[in-house]
Design a binder for this molecule. Structure first.
Ligand code: PFF
Length: 464
């Protein structure tokens, strides 16, 4: 192993950093939104199927590739299959890393703004009084904020700086240390928020919505959305976990770590549903409010809670946005690391220099994405602004295609003995589910991804 490379110091660090990458805006912002649209529990059941049958095998494949090669996403394919076209999966991964961090930091920047606004009590600012309660037009406030040419850019830059500061410190002193700090905080905040939201009057209806499957709402689009959500949520398909697992030690148990990450990620997503829906239902707002759920609907809920119990309302809103911010940060550092690891290893640059390059490039691209909600609204490619274009390219194209190639690479190309040796730590532990796991990697995941990818992509291209 290349001794100048960093490595995670403990098994806890491995799981918390990988779970930190997985748990992000995807769980707390995007998952409830998709559940709201996709018929509650029906969507959750389909999603669980995709997590364990398709996304988890991709995660395991990335772990095998990364730990076997001890290299960045592109270098790993160069080492394990020199001169072969498999390297395309690594190149797509690094490209995906730049794109995903750029659009992600826009929503993370909004989150930072809402965290500051909650802390300053601005979300409880006075609007007209209706039925004896103060109100604010949060829809208008949100729209005027995101379309402002400057304000959101400042928050994008601040968030990118936070990400940069963690990544520049390296694996143990940066990523591992801050994941170990932030993930427990995040889990404590979630537990607090769930307890609070379950005690809201009328919360039962929200719980029923989450737990009762409404099969009528399940369309093919919902099924396709569930796969995209599963991949995005587990951070698979763009080499993020190849990069992280290249820092695993030879004692790290790959199957167990992958299972733990899948369970933590799913738990956080479902618990976010338990935070959001009971509160939303308790104030009688429609649950399918789309992307505005977190930035428009919830502030209304917080305002209502605030007018009845000021301290609880204040704490609830502040902790919620803090939770979202921590989740975004543990994910953004993993996106940044895909690119930083590649640049520092491939060009033999120092980590600080490599991290600075990635931060600058993503900052510029992030500004493009942010401006696509405001002054650059009309700058479109195939009908999509920068934000939508990057989101589409990563989640609909690079992630499924990358996941498809990685499972084929591990399932069919790599020497079976190498794969088994990685999964069993050179024969020192037994993996009871070896055969079914390999079956998922060789057949279920690639065939499933291919079928869905073709189904999803063709109609989209026909439309645009
Ligand atoms: N899994 C993250 C989330 O759910 O927000 C998003 C993500 C992280 C995607 C890292 C891709 C990635 F490489």
């Amino acid at each position: 192993m290349n001794s100048s490379r960093g490595s995670f110091a403990s098994q806890l660090g491995v799981v918390l950093a990988s779970a930190g990458s997985a748990v992000g805006l995807g769980n707390i912002w995007r998952f409830p939104m998709e559940v709201g649209r996709g018929g509650g529990a029906a969507f959750i059941l389909i999603y669980l199927g995709f997590i364990f049958l398709m996304a988890m095998p991709v995660m395991l494949s990335e772990f095998v590739i990364g730990r076997a090669a001890h290299s960045n996403a592109i270098g790993a394919f160069q080492k394990l299959s020199p001169g072969k076209p498999w390297i395309a999966a690594g190149i797509m991964g690094v490209l995906g890393g730049f794109l995903v961090l750029s659009f992600y930091s826009v929503v993370a920047g909004w989150t930072l703004h809402y965290t500051v606004a909650s802390a300053l009590g601005q979300l409880q600012g006075q609007g007209p009084v209706v039925d004896g309660q103060s109100t604010m037009d949060f829809g208008q406030a949100f729209n005027s904020f995101v379309s402002n040419p400057w304000q959101p850019l400042i928050y994008v830059a601040l968030f990118m700086l936070l990400t940069h500061l963690v990544v520049a410190r390296g694996i143990q002193h940066g990523i591992e240390r801050y994941s170990k700090l932030m993930m427990p905080m995040l889990l404590v905040i979630i537990a607090f928020q769930v307890c609070f939201s379950l005690t809201m009057p009328g919360a039962a209806e929200g719980i029923r919505f989450l737990l009762q499957p409404d099969l009528n709402k399940v369309t093919s689009e919902v099924v396709l959305g569930a796969m995209g959500q599963a991949f995005f949520s587990l951070s698979v398909g763009i080499g993020c976990l190849i990069t992280y697992s290249s820092y695993f030690s030879k004692e790290t148990r790959l199957v167990k770590s992958a299972m733990n990450v899948c369970i933590i990620d799913t738990l956080v997503a479902v618990l976010s549903g338990f935070i959001i829906f009971p509160t939303v239902f308790s104030v009688g707002i429609a649950p399918d409010a789309g992307s505005g759920l977190v930035f428009i609907t919830l502030p209304n809920v917080f305002l209502l809670a605030f007018s009845k119990m000021p301290v609880v309302g204040y704490l609830f809103s502040l902790l919620f946005y803090l939770l979202l911010l921590l989740a975004a940060l543990t994910s953004s550092i993993s996106m940044h690391e895909i690119c930083t690891a590649f640049i520092s290893e491939h060009f033999s640059a120092s980590r600080r220099k490599a991290a600075a390059i990635v931060t600058l490039v993503c900052l510029v691209l992030g500004c493009f994405c942010s401006l696509s909600f405001g002054p650059w609204r009309d700058v479109t490619f195939c009908g999509r602004g920068f934000f939508d274009l990057f989101d589409f390219t990563v989640t609909k194209f690079l992630m499924p295609l990358g996941g498809f190639m990685m499972t084929l690479f591990v399932g069919w190309y790599l020497d079976r003995r190498l794969v088994e040796s990685e999964l069993t730590n050179a024969g020192s532990i037994s993996v009871r589910m070896m055969r079914p796991l390999l079956f998922l990697v060789r057949w279920v995941a690639p065939v499933g991804i291919l079928v869905i990818f073709i189904n999803e992509l063709f109609p989209l291209f026909m439309k645009s």
